[in-house]
Design a protein around this ligand. Sequence first.
Ligand code: PRX
Length: 661
Amino acid sequence: MSNHIESVLIEDRVFNPKKNNIKDNNFFIKDLDVYKSLCLESENDYKSFWKKYALDFLIWHKLFTNVLDESEAPHYKWFTDGEMNVSFNCLDVNLTNGNKHKTAIIFESDDGKVEKISYIELFTRVCKFANGLKKLGYCSGDRCIIYMPMSIEVVVAMQACARLGIIISVVFGGFSSKSLHERIVDIGASLVITADSQKRGGKYIPLKVAVDDAIEMGGCESIKNIIVYKRSDKCVSWDIDRDLWMSDVEDTQSEYCEPTFVNSEHPLFILYTSGSTGKPKGVQHSSAGYLLWSKMSMNWTFNASDSDVFWCTADIGWITGHTYISYAPLALGMTQVIFEGIPTYPDSGRFWKMISDHKVTVFYTAPTAIRSLIKSSSSDQEVHPKNFDLSSLRIIGSVGEAINPETWLWYYKNVGREKCSVVDTWWQTETGGHMITPIPGVTPLKPGSCTLPLPGISASVVDETGEDVLPGKGGFLVIKRPWPGMIRNIWNDSERFKSSYFPEELRGYYLAGDGAQKDNDNYFWILGRIDDVLNVSGHRLGTMEIESALVSHELVSEAAVVGRPDITTGEAVVAFVVLKDKQPEGEEAIKIAKQLRDWVAKEIGPIAKPKDIRFGDNLPKTRSGKIMRRLLRLTANGEQITQDISTVENIHVLKSLSTVL
Ligand code: PRX
């Protein structure tokens, strides 16, 4: 493991917390003294610390006696002998605490239609659907792929599976049939829940057909049914022995379904995320520990209150959509907005109009969305947030990648009107919930820094031997102690789990895979991934996956993919490609570049499409044949190579790789 993280220029402006926007909430951290005492409490006796919250935040069917079992570390087990049900904790609890008729979800479709569903209505739909699944023979431990648009139905599907202990894996609707196929096979799914299509930006995009294609690829014999939510009136192909409409599964069922109480460690879901090498990793999360951390982090970071209208714009296919749409807001009895469409349709004022229409109080989005809206509102004043009534907002959040100080300031001034706390939340698919983030109204803010770890999270920056580095020095971001929301395993691959996240040289610390540095106030500054994973529009993409897709094209002999900064997407994919035939030029090169982009979109999904393609007659390699990515990264960024290049076998090839297409 090499330590190649360099420090960046640090912003020194400090914005004091906006206290007047903060609501009363039993568990909220009211000031920095409380924050410090909670941090101390968790440091001194972290088992008691977590026990207290597990008792306060979750309803247990069978109380646990053991807080943390470390006997198979790093496969930590939390609240091991306890039993509970996630859906019970998200829905049933709201039927008796005054939230029964409260709106749970305000759904706005792509074309602007609004549908509201109360807690009792959501509970009933979940129960009916769960009963339908039960009747079909599905039960605890079965695996289900969910490939659905943003909708009330996707929440119903996720919650119904949780009610029965069915382990789900949600696949982002933008992924292709090939990605879907890989995931179906990896988890041995017996059920797929999908929709005929999804509607985004005024267009219907088919989904069912991708599921059919995936199954046709072979090896999916485990699949018994495909349940289809009817989103449009488009025709879909149908296998009468296998396919069912979601409404038919739900309709004749009874309105109560007894939850299946599961062990605390029962896997709630598996969510695939990119690694630097090989196939995507199936990140496995637990039931009790995950829900506990979802609830606690939501409560602290967003100062959750009864009167909030919360809106997280993430897709359900990413961890943010799991934790802060499908689980935590429901478990806290909040009202939330779910949006089917995209921020730029019918125009780039859509987010601001929706905040104004639904009186959103807490808004959570990604820097890539903010950057694209900054761009459109500078060319079209009509869609500028200043033209909308955003006075309901009190907290605005950011997630997925570092928010650069200029974007932070624009967000703070134009969306938050200098009265909202900005919460820049650092976390990952593997962490389950927020880890390093400001507490609104409490933590002084520095644009570009995710500030301080939440209590219970022992984050640190260390060198390659696990030793803490001094403030101002770059290093590896690690979490020194386990926490309930942490990843439990990589599905079917314990060895990869251990080597990826708990490398021996780091003394058993959880390795986040990000570079970071702390400043003199102990604020964390994230410096980006330490491996070769790209972060495009807030989504992690493995370079290996894109390279494999390129190389699987009949014309391609070799490919290397790196990232370069991009004003809109954070990072853009740059592909260096060597064809089997000679290096193409002119029109021919443009034609092949287009073919390759379309190919990657088909193989992985449009998000992975290379922005730049550069053809060459070879790639720079070490003598042992390892591609020199750091040189390609410099080339992609148009930078001079000033480093030691003595290990490069064929440095001259860089010249041929300099033309951007
Ligand atoms: O590199 C960090 C970046 O996103 C990675 C996690 O990606 P993923 O598992 O897809 O989850 C995204 C949503 C939680 C991290 O390792 N990242 C996430 N949030 C931030 C961030 N980088 C800087 N600042 C953040 N606030």
